[in-house]
Design a protein around this ligand. Sequence first.
Ligand code: ATP
Ligand code: MG
Length: 271
Amino acid sequence: MSATKPVSLLDKFGLEITPFSVSPDPKFLYQTPQHKRALGQIRFTVQDRQGLAVLYGDVGMGKSTLVRKLYDLYRGDNSHETVLLTNPDPTSALQLLKRITDACDLPRKRSRLDQMQELEAFLVERFRAGKNTVLLIDEAQLLRGEQFELIRQLTNFESSTSKLIQIVLAGQNNLRSKLRLKRALLSRAMTIMTLDPLTLDETQSMIEFRLSVAGRSAPLFETEAITAVYKLSKGIPREIIKLCRSALTMAAINDLDTVPDDVVGYSSDEN
Ligand SMILES: Nc1ncnc2c1ncn2[C@@H]1O[C@H](COP(=O)(O)OP(=O)(O)OP(=O)(O)O)[C@@H](O)[C@H]1O
Ligand SMILES: [Mg+2]
């Protein structure tokens, strides 16, 4: 009965946790200059109570991870009241409003007007208590016409000097075309940022960063392997992660100590 336990992939490569998961875990976020700029500008918009910031990015570019990073930053700070909507229900403006008021633990009202008044009273009370309310909406490309109008109305809630609620919209590139048609809302955005693909150097740093967060500091991917990942992924973070994950598995199956480029080529056929 004493079969030798196979060495796990994590043990084999000296890892404590899995380095290449596609979940948007902010502790794995490697901040390139564009991430630092986006985080800095969004945080400034919030801190200055300027009302609205928008983050665009193609599929898999890191929007959700960045939004969760912001959520963690504000949630851990008691001068902010933070609401995160990760998957807005596209049915109606009232539904969206109720998601927001539910998250703020406010009673439900029958009409949209009453519900808006309830929210405004809450925001005024938070403002007086010295708290800044932040609403983060991920997947904002799912929102529809009257919901954008609701968001515009929320940006109208203000004191004589500043906005009562700071809204961050993050969405895929079709959010850009939707917002182009909502000029009244778009013109209120103080910050508009786009996440672009990583460069080769950033791809290398991102891979090394994720490995170090997972517990491994010694080099694991050979230089040619990183170049292969970069070429195949075109610098798109989610593609980088998927390629690295399968390359690492292939390296383990072949009992290699480091990851060479030919397993990256191989794994890309598997993806
Ligand atoms: N700068 C980065 N550093 C480390 N990992 C990253 C970075 N950007 C993205 N990732 C990783 O890439 C994967 C995809 O990121 P994420 O889910 O945030 O993309 P997204 O832009 O929200 O995609 P979608 O448009 O499909 O919702 C996640 O595993 C995330 O951790
Ligand atoms: Mg996302």
